[in-house]
Design a protein around this ligand. Structure first.
Ligand SMILES: [Zn+2]
Ligand SMILES: [Zn+2]
Length: 113
């Protein structure tokens, strides 16, 4: 079995949240709860492109200097441009307070303070 191949909620595995460079993972439990809420509202699978980021990886991918990814409080969700508006609304309903569409990159960023 692969490292972090552990189901942590009905629809997510720990592995999906680990840092893209070093495999470290730090998560606020609320993040999982909100993602499950968002998944329920959206009614379709949610695929993460980024979860926790260590400082070094955050810098490497051009993340904000105080990115919520480094606090286990944010995730990026794969989404086509036409899916981003509805997902954005559901994200606020699910409790996220920081929602940013990344249309050229086919994802939306969801986070909370
Ligand atoms: Zn890392
Ligand atoms: Zn993000």
């Amino acid at each position: 079995m692969r490292l972090n191949d552990i189901r942590i909620s009905p629809h997510f595995k720990l592995r999906e949240f680990q840092c893209g460079c070093c495999g470290t993972v730090k998560l606020r439990p609320e993040l999982i709860a909100m993602l499950e809420a968002l998944r329920a509202l959206w009614g379709r699978p949610i695929s993460l492109t980024s979860g926790y980021r260590c400082e070094q990886h955050n810098r490497a991918v051009g993340g904000a200097s105080r990115s919520l990814h480094m606090a286990g409080r944010a995730a990026d969700i794969s989404a086509r441009p036409d899916e981003q508006k509805p997902l954005r609304l559901y994200a606020f309903d699910a409790g996220f307070t920081e929602v940013i569409c990344g249309e050229e990159k086919n994802y939306i960023h969801v986070g909370f303070n």
